[in-house]
Design a binder for this molecule. Structure first.
Ligand code: ZN
Length: 274
């Protein structure tokens, strides 16, 4: 099932996407609450063509846990060593925007804005100290994320990554959450990123160093995972900073992250002086 949060006629609701039709779900306006209850509601009577609704970010989590350097070819392009355990950092939920929203930044804050195509795990129920074998039972579903990163803040100005990863609008998410039952194997999905018409990243989740079930289990040893929490699972090779010469996002660029079985997440960039 493909679930989305959408606004139509001034009202925000939850729906099921089938082809290009959105079927509203009965009495639902908050995806995180629905995930917490663990039951996907029945369809209401209304349905809408997808192009007639405003797609919203699927949900607002209590936390976004990000995994760095989780693909060997990406670790190599950044000059980092292969991690022996998952590299964990955070992104503020206030950075989340929807499919179709603008990625915006000020040129006086950063001039090295980069893309990172990522499979995102949506946690379904409270998870603490879960085993790898049991970990996927705590997953509600999967969505798409673009871990937009200000490389100058991340690498040269700050000594850690929080600011460069958390600027407002730096977490495009969605457009849909695909429920776990529809993704037979999360380690066999094609992940790509296009900037305008150029394919920049062309990878597969088969190349993750730490798999989804390892990441859920590992994170749950340290942080209680709550319904709706997100784990961004890292990005394959082909980010702008790793290219020769380096290529960063510019005003007017359009970035599309695509993941097999989930869909396409597209956002345009707007740069302002102040
Ligand atoms: Zn990332």
């Amino acid at each position: 099932m493909k679930l989305l949060t959408f606004t139509v006629n001034g009202r925000t609701r939850i729906g099921e996407l089938v082809g290009d039709t959105v079927y509203a779900l009965a009495w639902q306006d908050n995806m995180r609450q629905m995930v917490r209850r663990g039951i996907v509601a029945n369809r209401a009577y209304e349905r809408f063509p997808l192009e007639s609704v405003k797609v919203e970010a699927p949900l607002m989590p209590s936390k976004i846990i990000c995994i760095g350097l989780n693909y060997a070819d990406h670790a190599k392009e950044t000059g980092a060593e292969l991690p022996k355990a998952p590299v964990i950092f955070a992104k503020f939920p206030s950075a989340i925007i929807a499919h179709g929203d603008l990625i915006k930044w000020k040129s006086e804050i950063t001039s090295k804005v980069d893309w990172e195509a990522e499979l995102v795990v949506v946690i379904g129920k409270k998870a603490k100290d879960v085993s790898e074998d049991d970990a996927l039972n705590y997953v509600f579903g999967y969505t798409i994320g673009n871990d937009i990163s200000a490389r100058d803040l991340q690498k040269t100005i700050d000594v850690q990554w929080t600011r460069g990863k958390s600027l407002d609008t730096f977490c495009p998410l969605g457009p849909v959450i695909v429920t776990r039952d529809e993704i037979e194997n999360p380690q066999a999905l094609k992940v790509t990123c296009k900037v305008n018409d150029h394919v920049m990243q062309d990878g597969t989740t088969a190349d993750m160093i730490f798999s989804v079930k390892q990441l859920v289990s590992y994170c749950s040893q340290m942080f209680t995972l709550l319904p709706g929490d997100l784990i961004m699972t890292g990005t394959p090779a082909g980010v702008g900073a790793g290219r020769k010469p380096a290529r960063f996002l510019k005003d007017g660029d359009t970035v599309t992250v695509s993941i097999e079985g989930i869909g396409d997440l597209t956002n345009q960039c707007v740069v302002s002086d102040k």
